[in-house]
Ligand binder design. Structure first.
Ligand code: PFF
Length: 482
């Protein structure tokens, strides 16, 4: 069966595609989101559930997304719509593409703001400002203890939250970095898939891996590797509730870029020679390794300097800079390298998120790729500035998009690929052997029930966590961890 679509651009090489796909997956999800999510959900126990989610749910949906993308050869929205029609099924299935694409767009609206903070931290790291943060913490402790010898030490969390507020108080500066980051994205995406996205990824990803190896080596030698290992590897199941499962699924999908139809979009540019199961396995394992390595780069430093592993989204922007600041000169070098690495990771992901919308707009008559990229860039700027000035919605937007919309879209994608489309159509993408049989079993019988269950009970658990009163029988069912 031939492909249905009409995309003309394609990946230049298999290596280029893998770099772009790994670049999409490896991002702030690994460095900013994974450590604090693991920290808040019990460390080792969360990681075991996370790995299961990657293997049994994420990988299966990833294969489905690539297959739908290559089969349709179109943007996610148009592609799902036309695949449904080709099989004589309701074109309402196009709604799945909408949910995923909107999730990608909303994630991008705050992703760019976090990326702008990352850029802002690079000159701060280079100029030694982190050392000033750390010195302030030490000086405040000394002053407090001179007045009252029993006074508690000024904690890293205390001083760092002051610094963080100060560092974002100059919101226009963040706005400037936001514009810069958006402009780089527009520039890359406007140049096309092969000439823009693939080329950027083949330069940035190898540089990223070299920096990563250096930083993790440093963290393991200089930081408290023992404390990090026992936190990350010894599971404490007493903290596990339904909410943990939702957090793990959300994190797995966010990190793999699954459930946002992004990999459908990337799949549309895939050549017939590329082996989808193999590529999916490479992407999923590279992303998972980087998440774990990021944990081993961040937690030794966090523990060595007494920061709180469950410090929430601020872990990355609050605890780490202070910890680097306490290291003296070497902290300046490693701190700068760390935020540059995070920027490379963020950029290869944000261009992929942008491609979802640009690829769809490009299919409209009269819209050129550069025009689409600039238009999206402008809308992102308007929304992004809203976040910069309000500053409080990111956690909520992150929860709704990451933990609800991505699993929901993934659930619908799995039903669509497993139950609505014919086996024959998927066979033409995934082959006819054991891999296909196993994938089809998982996508029909494991992913939909597991995701339905986790979405329902995880959301109720999360609502309870947000302080909402649930009926008594549900509270009993959800247990004390809810
Ligand atoms: N996977 C990327 C990260 O981990 O940072 C970014 C991302 C892409 C998140 C697509 C979510 C998504 F749907």
């Amino acid at each position: 069966m031939a492909t249905i679509g009409r995309k003309t651009d394609t990946w230049g090489s298999r290596f280029g595609f893998i770099m772009a796909a790994v670049g999409s997956s490896v991002g702030l999800g690994n460095f900013w989101r994974f450590p604090f999510t693991a920290g808040e959900n019990g460390g080792g126990a969360f990681i075991i559930i996370y790995l299961a989610c990657v293997l049994f749910l994420g990988l299966v949906v990833l294969m489905a997304e690539y297959s739908l993308g290559r089969k349709s050869g179109m943007s996610a929205i148009e592609g799902i719509h036309s695949l449904a029609r080709a099989e004589g099924k309701s074109s309402n299935w196009g709604a799945v593409g909408w949910i995923g694409s909107l999730a990608a767009f909303f994630i991008l609206t705050f992703y760019i703001v976090i990326s702008a903070w990352v850029i802002e931290f690079i000159p701060q790291a280079m100029s030694g400002s982190f050392q000033t943060f750390a010195e302030q913490a030490a000086a405040q402790t000394a002053a407090a203890q001179a007045a009252d010898p029993n006074a508690a030490a000024v904690t890293i969390a205390d001083i760092s939250s002051q610094n963080f507020v100060k560092s974002i108080s100059d919101r226009l500066l963040v706005g400037f970095f936001l514009v810069l980051f958006i402009a780089i994205n527009v520039f890359i995406v406007a140049r096309g898939v092969k000439g823009g996205i693939e080329r950027a990824a083949t330069i940035l990803m190898p540089a990223f891996f070299i920096l990563l190896i250096g930083i993790v080596g440093f963290a393991l030698i200089e930081g408290d590797a023992g404390a990090a290992a026992s936190f990350l590897l010894s599971p404490d199941f007493s903290k596990v509730g339904f909410g943990t499962f939702l957090a793990a699924v959300g994190q797995a999908f966010f990190s793999l870029s699954v459930g946002s139809c992004l990999m459908i979009t990337y799949g549309a540019y895939l050549s017939r020679e590329t082996n989808i199961p193999r590529s999916s396995a490479i992407v999923a394992s590279a992303d998972t390794m980087v998440a774990l390595i990021a944990g081993f780069a961040i937690f030794p430093i966090v523990f060595a300097f007494g920061a709180d592993p469950a410090g929430g989204p601020g872990l990355f922007f609050i605890s780490l800079p202070i910890a680097f600041g306490q290291m003296g000169e070497i902290g300046t070098v490693v701190g700068s390298a760390f935020f540059i690495l995070a920027l490379f990771a963020a950029l290869t992901s944000s261009i992929s998120l942008m491609e979802v919308a640009v690829s769809w707009l490009e299919e409209r008559q009269g819209v050129t790729r550069p025009g689409a990229a600039m238009g999206i860039g402008f809308v992102l700027f308007m929304i992004g500035m809203g976040y910069v000035f309000s500053g409080t919605f990111i956690d909520f937007a992150d929860f709704i998009t990451g933990n609800i919309m991505l699993p929901l879209c993934a659930l619908l994608v799995s039903i669509f690929a497993g139950w609505v489309l014919s086996r024959k159509m998927l066979e033409s993408e995934l082959g006819e052997g054991n891999v296909m049989n196993m994938w089809r079993f998982m996508v029909r019988w494991v992913v939909p029930p597991a995701l339905t269950f986790i979405l329902i009970f995880g959301s109720l658990d999360a609502l309870q966590g947000f302080g909402m009163q649930l009926p008594g029988f549900l509270t009993v069912l959800l247990g004390p961890n809810g």
